[in-house]
Design a protein around this ligand. Sequence first.
Ligand code: ATP
Ligand code: MG
Length: 426
Amino acid sequence: MSYKIPRGCQDIYGEKSYQWQSLERTIREFCYLYNYDEIRTPIFEHTNVFKRENDSSDMVNKEMYTFQLANSKTSLTIRPEGTAGVVRSFVENKMYANPDLPVKLFYMGPMARHERPQKGRLRIFNQFGVEALGNKSPFVDVETITLAFSILSTLGLQDIKVCINTLGDDASRQAYHDALKEYFKPYLPELCSDCKRRYEQNPLRILDCKVDHDQPFMKDVPVMKDYLTDEAREYFETVLNLLDRLEIPYEVDDKLVRGLDYYTHTVFEIVSMNKEMGSQATVLAGGRYDNLIPYFGGPKGMSGIGWALGMERLLIALEAEGADLGGKPDLDCYVMCLGEDVRMYAFEAMTELRAGGYRCEMDMMNRSFKAQFKAVDRAHAKMVLILGEDEMKAGQVTIKNIKTQEQKTMDRDKLLEYVDSVLWEE
Ligand code: ATP
Ligand code: MG
């Protein structure tokens, strides 16, 4: 029996919890600016929401936490990603009937994948993602990429590049699919066992393989761009032109196919170039999906686009670049309570300061004057309220401004006014 956290999981607490809050705040501000609404879907769904017919991705085939309760026939899966649940909800709640398309949604929360844990690769990790659903336009593609780029730059991530590619429409992909099958046929015995399966299910996936990546025959593999229909090529060119106009730096990567099967047209990743990231350098990834909304029973031909960002990976990348992630904020006022008899008097004073908007803490351990002063230091308090029996009997308070070291005794009812006058100037 173990009371330890399961492998590949993390508790977030202490200073780190403040970094998470700050990250989440920036994310929320940008979503507000770009007019994305929040959506919260359940952390498990019916298994078939994720495990769709013919899906060849590792995530679906090897990494899902799927369970069935003893007295139930229903198979459920803890979400390994956000898109499928959001699209399920979009269709189920008929959001596609909204007169203003695309419907723009963002989500944040934990995902579960059974992977080999490493730095930046967890079994429970958090994603922030966006989806723009119901309208297909290169401008929508570029809007989502701009949002991603703005958030990362604002957070201070500089050493990054946007890698982009197109997987074209169904006709382009079919032509490419056939070309890849033809090309890989003679190399089939040399492919890893996963790629042998991928060859049958979806040869595009072979390009994403981390095992066969360095095989010599990978160099001359056919590229998608030679198989695009005119329409798909034009769509991609427009996306790239818009990125140029907005001065978003990108690199076209012919071999970028992304790990999920549902992508069509634009696919992209934002990669950290920092050496410390190793093979966990992709902080954000996404793409367009022409077939997912109809798959869930939504209107035929209705398309969407989205991306997801790994929040743990982003924090690692920010740290590697030395970005200031902030931490626990200083306390405005520490209330020293000298003796149990004074506790209620001190508690009332603290409650008044909190009502006035000040971050306060009070000794609850009945410690000595010296021990309480150490707590003041640890909390980096800006002011200290010192309350003993003398103050209480006289209806007064003693307060010290730590920065100027100025100490004053005043009537109790002047306290808030005084704290306002000192802290408001900051
Ligand atoms: P990778 O190739 O690194 O396994 P992926 O293609 O499986 O990534 P996506 O499914 O596109 O990743 O998820 C988007 C982002 O979520 C990734 O770019 C990454 O930042 C993050 N992510 C994915 N899996 C994990 C994980 N196991 N632990 C931490 N973050 C993850
Ligand atoms: Mg993966």
